[in-house]
Design a binder for this molecule. Structure first.
Ligand SMILES: [Zn+2]
Length: 163
């Protein structure tokens, strides 16, 4: 993207969010040469792909639907709608880079959980409990324990890093 002020070719994206109609992406950009900040509205060529469910059924991926499931998990949590949109945009871009037009529902869930895990632990557990369809409380507790161990591990790694 070219800087409108100095015409330098290299700019950095500071922030991406969906426009109100969800059809274009508003990006705050910064020129790497003159630091001029500007906003672009880019119509993202829609990446159309299908989700393959566990039982083999194929469904179109619908961003609004994915956003709703994330919103439900993030209810009353300190996660902004911008964070949620960025999560989905990044996920879509990742899938697009991988090039497959049919994506396992499990893969989508994993990608969303990966980011939720770093954003908010409560939202993560909520999303996981819906998405993984825990059959009983044992399964749910196992996931919680794994999460706690992961968190403890992360703290430990951080302590090792600092030493
Ligand atoms: Zn510039």
């Amino acid at each position: 993207m070219r800087c409108p002020k100095c015409f330098h070719d290299d700019t950095k994206v500071l922030e991406s969010r969906l426009s109100h109609d969800g059809r274009s992406i508003r990006r705050r950009r910064c020129c790497l040469k003159c630091n001029y900040r500007f906003t672009t509205y880019e119509k993202e060529e829609e990446f159309i792909f299908q989700i393959k469910k566990k039982d083999g059924r194929l469904e179109p991926y619908i961003r609004e639907k994915a956003l709703k499931s994330v919103q439900v998990a993030c209810q009353k949590r300190p996660v902004t709608i911008e964070d949620m949109e960025a999560l989905l945009l990044n996920m879509e871009r990742k899938l697009q880079d991988e090039g497959s037009r049919v994506v396992l529902s499990q893969r989508i869930g994993d990608l969303i959980m990966e980011v939720l895990h770093t954003l908010d632990k409560v939202a993560y557990v909520r999303f996981a409990s819906v998405y993984k369809e825990f059959k009983d409380t044992d399964e749910f507790m196992a996931e919680l324990t794994a999460l706690r161990e992961k968190a403890a591990q992360a703290v430990q790694n951080r302590m090792v890093d600092q030493s």
